[in-house]
Design a protein around this ligand. Structure first.
Ligand code: ADP
Ligand code: MG
Length: 154
């Protein structure tokens, strides 16, 4: 049976480390679709992704006012925050499909994307109270198959 991978982190550092591990399994051309309320830890996870992709995590801030940020690394990372954007044509105009060529594109508030994206990793972060977070990682490839964290196809 196909099942997503579920982790519990107990600090921002642990979420960062999980992002770093997930980054190690990513190929260029992949979207990381982040879901979770404000303060869930999406940006913390992206800081880990940046580190895992060879970029400087200190460059990663919450791009709430800057919609899109680019970081150089072993694989370039594009960091997008759709919080202030209405779903629909404006999102379509961002050109995310072009940006992902040769890069990883991490999208906060991915539920605002107008349509489903293949070749993606969905990351859902839920606040369990205090510093605990449940993080669900689900991989989706173009052929509809799902991958585990170590790249195994199911
Ligand atoms: P988001 O981008 O989802 O709005 P941020 O990553 O900017 O969230 O902020 C997450 C906040 O929650 C930070 O202040 C962080 O220190 C705190 N935090 C507490 N526990 C955790 C955890 N387990 N994982 C991630 N962040 C945590
Ligand atoms: Mg954020």
């Amino acid at each position: 049976m196909v099942s997503p991978e579920i982790f519990t982190t107990r600090s921002e550092q642990e979420t960062f480390t999980l992002g770093e591990h997930v980054a190690a399994t990513l190929q260029p051309g992949t979207f990381v679709l982040l879901h979770g309320d404000l303060g869930a830890g999406k940006t913390a996870f992206v800081r880990g992704l940046a580190t895992g992709l060879g970029a400087n995590p200190d460059d990663v801030s919450s791009p709430t006012f800057v919609l899109i940020q680019h970081y150089k690394g072993r694989i370039p990372l594009v960091h997008v925050d759709l919080y202030r954007l209405e779903s629909g044509p404006a999102v379509d105009d961002l050109g995310l499909e072009e940006m992902v060529e040769g890069a990883v594109v991490a999208v906060e508030w991915a539920e605002r994307l107008p349509r489903q994206i293949e070749d993606s990793v969905t990351v859902k972060i839920e606040d369990l109270g205090d510093d605990a977070r449940q993080i669900t990682v689900l991989r989706q490839t173009a052929n509809g198959k799902r991958q585990t964290a170590n790249g195994e196809l199911l």
